[in-house]
Design a binder for this molecule. Structure first.
Ligand SMILES: [Zn+2]
Length: 379
């Protein structure tokens, strides 16, 4: 017997658009389907809109997900900035706040700002906290997404093993999802631009380097949630530069935004972007070279995964395609033609929205899953 949550799933997937189609598809009785649909409408998950194709007689109304009734809160925490947004269940931003903040300030200060900003966004838009169905955060480090704890990050001293979910739950008792930044961005890009593509690889290059893999619409995490941690692949053991991880010759110490900034006598990866955008020849040359260096590692990833699209996200996506050009050169030169024949190498279409959108999509998928919907309807 299908639950209301499972009926919602059929409507979301587009398998069934009317009560009649639900009855035919599931083989359930009219009264059972009416009961499930009415409960979903009452709880604000779906609404009836428009009219469907009619086989004569009264045209049936079409059932659709109603994204406006439930709200999500999401936060993106970067090395030097933070964004908090209130979104609906279609990942559309309703209100947002952005600030320059160093994540090195530690979990207490940063998460306290996040909680306060969540409340402020709700107040500003006149919504009560009871309409919030779920919360998501993404951070530049490896996280245990099942427990909502930080595992570790070289960019986030003082955060190791921090129980992020518990810390947010002090003020919000709703499902809370914690994810790595590149993984969240990969899901955001896939959801907004590449839903027909069964295999997407995103590489985020800002202060550090990380990657996210989406296969068949799902984030691929690996057994230690370490899938995509390619920033610390060691390319040149003899290099003098010491990486944030303590090793030498990591791709992050050669090709990250931070490495470029150090090279060019600047402070942050944003400074590098500004210099490249201004057309500084040295900055442009170094940026392309960094793209080629990372491209050497990405060629291996492309040969392994054979993705349909490789997306460059993060600050380096804004270097007027110079970083991207370097990646393209290396990946095509170092891969067999048939692994790249149908590969598109592009910059992120969402730009600095990718993390917020991806995190919102992740929470949305969680909140609209059959188990979560059935639990909410019971409770
Ligand atoms: Zn390293």
């Amino acid at each position: 017997m299908l639950t209301a949550g499972q009926v919602l799933q059929l409507i979301r997937q587009g398998s069934c658009r009317t009560r009649k189609e639900l009855i035919e598809f599931t083989g359930l009785s009219r009264s059972t389907i009416t009961d499930r649909v009415d409960r979903l409408i009452e709880a604000g998950y779906i609404h009836e809109s428009g009219v469907g194709a009619s086989g004569g007689g009264r045209p049936p109304s079409v059932l659709d997900v109603d994204p406006a009734n439930h709200l999500l809160l999401v936060a993106e925490l970067g090395a030097n900035h933070a964004t908090v947004a209130l979104t609906d269940l279609a990942a559309r931003t309703i209100a947002e706040e952005h600030t320059e903040m160093r994540i090195e300030r530690g979990p207490d200060a940063v998460l306290s700002w996040v909680r306060q900003t969540f409340h402020r966004l709700l107040e500003k838009t006149g919504h009560g906290a009871e309409r919030v169905r779920g919360i998501g955060l993404n951070l530049p480090g490896s996280v245990d997404h099942t427990s909502g704890r930080m595992i570790r990050s070289f960019l986030m001293p003082g955060w190791d093993d921090h129980p992020i979910r518990e810390s947010i739950r002090e003020t919000f008792d709703v499902p809370i999802v914690v994810e790595n930044d590149a993984k969240a961005m990969a899901l955001g890009e896939w959801w907004s631009s590449w839903r027909q593509c069964p295999s997407l690889l995103l590489v985020k290059v800002s202060t550090g380097i990380g990657a996210g893999i989406v296969i068949d619409g799902r984030i691929y995490r690996g057994i230690e949630e370490a899938a995509g941690s390619l920033g610390h692949v060691r390319l040149r053991d003899t290099d003098d530069r010491v990486c944030t991880c303590g090793s030498r010759g990591c791709v992050a110490s050669l090709a990250s935004g931070f490495a470029l900034a150090e090279d060019l006598g600047l402070e942050t990866s944003r400074d590098v972007v500004r210099l490249v955008q201004a057309g500084d020849p040295t900055a442009v040359a170094r940026t392309q070279e960094a793209g080629r260096t990372l491209g050497a590692v990405l060629a291996t990833a492309v040969s392994l995964l054979n993705p349909g699209v490789l997306v460059l996200g993060g600050d380096m996506a804004e270097t007027r395609e110079h970083y991207l050009t370097g990646i393209r050169e290396s990946v095509y030169r170092r891969s067999l033609p048939y692994t790249t024949r149908n590969l598109r190498i592009v910059t992120s279409t969402l730009g600095d929205r990718a993390g917020v959108v991806g995190t919102s999509v992740m929470v949305m998928e969680h909140v609209l899953s059959p188990a979560a919907v059935d639990a909410a309807l019971r409770g």
